[in-house]
Write a protein that binds this ligand. Sequence first.
Ligand code: HEM
Length: 401
Amino acid sequence: MVHFDPYDHATHDDPYPIYRELRDKAPVYYSETYKLWVLSRYDDCSRAVRDFKSFCNKYGVAIDEAKEQMPTVLTVDPPDHTRLRHLIAGMFTPDAVKPLEDSVRVMARELLAPHLESGRMDVIGDFAARLPMAIICRLLGFQREDEDKLRHWTDLVVQRDEAATEMPQHAITATLALYEYFEKDMAERARHPVKDDLVAHLMASEKEGKLSHAEVLGYLYILSIAGNETTTKLIGNMTYQLNKNRSELDLLLKDRSLLPSAVEETMRYDGPTQLMGRSLARDVEFHGQTLKAGDRAILLFMSANRDDRHYADPDRYDIRRNPRDHLGFGGGLHACLGAALARLEAKVAMEEILDAMPDFAVDEGGLSRMHSPSVRGYTHVPVQFTPSARAAHPSEGGRLA
Ligand code: HEM
């Protein structure tokens, strides 16, 4: 009998054996404890994300939500989704984010520089936790000095304890703090309308009647949350996997053009977003089993990515595989809006790590993991390396404009 508990810490440590069991023995699993269906095969998850008329987002996508949500692009269905997404989709295409590469690199170098002389650092705490928030704050137009508190609140929003099936109080408090910050920022901009950034763009859209005020707040909320923890965890997971798979690391050290493919393979093999929730808007059948209108379901993207019905030798980390069809960024109309930005950040982050500390080794004893049913990754990835010559020239990349 298969037993799957997405809140179990042992599952967070290594979910892949139970994912395999689910795919092989219970591809349409029902959790009596959490009252939800679990789809785990690639074809089934792929079909579900594309069938938005059956699998809807408006009652939330987190595992613990089944009620009407605040309106973010992620938690509305068409036609509202189409309107919200098209409003800023053009700002997140690969071409649109490409010009940010220099800023990401400068920021990455700034963050790495203070640690290079010592020959040790925490890839998460000192680096990966800070880079994505710095970049999203820059895009949104928030002050640099506010990054730490914004990151603190967004971390609290996604943090979940074992068996906490409701949004915990710390997450509610942090959400309210974020909303208060957004309101204050916009009030200040209304008095001094100077900037041409994402917040300014959203405020202009509200003025033109294309967005309600609640939708502007929802956008700021989702953009602050979605790109922060996930990208941090991707950089941490990639550092860990390259350390564990030294032959793959050697390939990358010899040939940096493999970096985009290595990012893609990390997303497939050990991506941060394990699952997304949906509510059934109508009855739908999978493998002879009916999921009924009103039921909840989770789509196990990271199980889908290890499905041997879709990928050859799926449990092998192979940086030359370039699996562009993985579900690490979801799929269908809610597929990750920030995927190109996340890919760019992870590529530059790893490139800078490899340049500055090519012989890095993860101190496995110091690793610690975050516990959440939906996001998987480390809170600390300590590394040691030969102190770098670059440490003497910390400002070589210039300052972030
Ligand atoms: C490695 C980093 C990231 C991962 C693993 C990731 C993962 C995902 C996934 C799986 C979805 C689909 C959700 C669903 O189907 O319900 C999603 C949606 C989304 N992501 Fe990301 N994401 C990442 C980075 C980012 C970044 C950097 C941003 C923003 C700048 C971002 C913004 C969004 C938004 C706005 C959506 C909702 C899109 C929609 O509903 O149309 N993400 N992300």
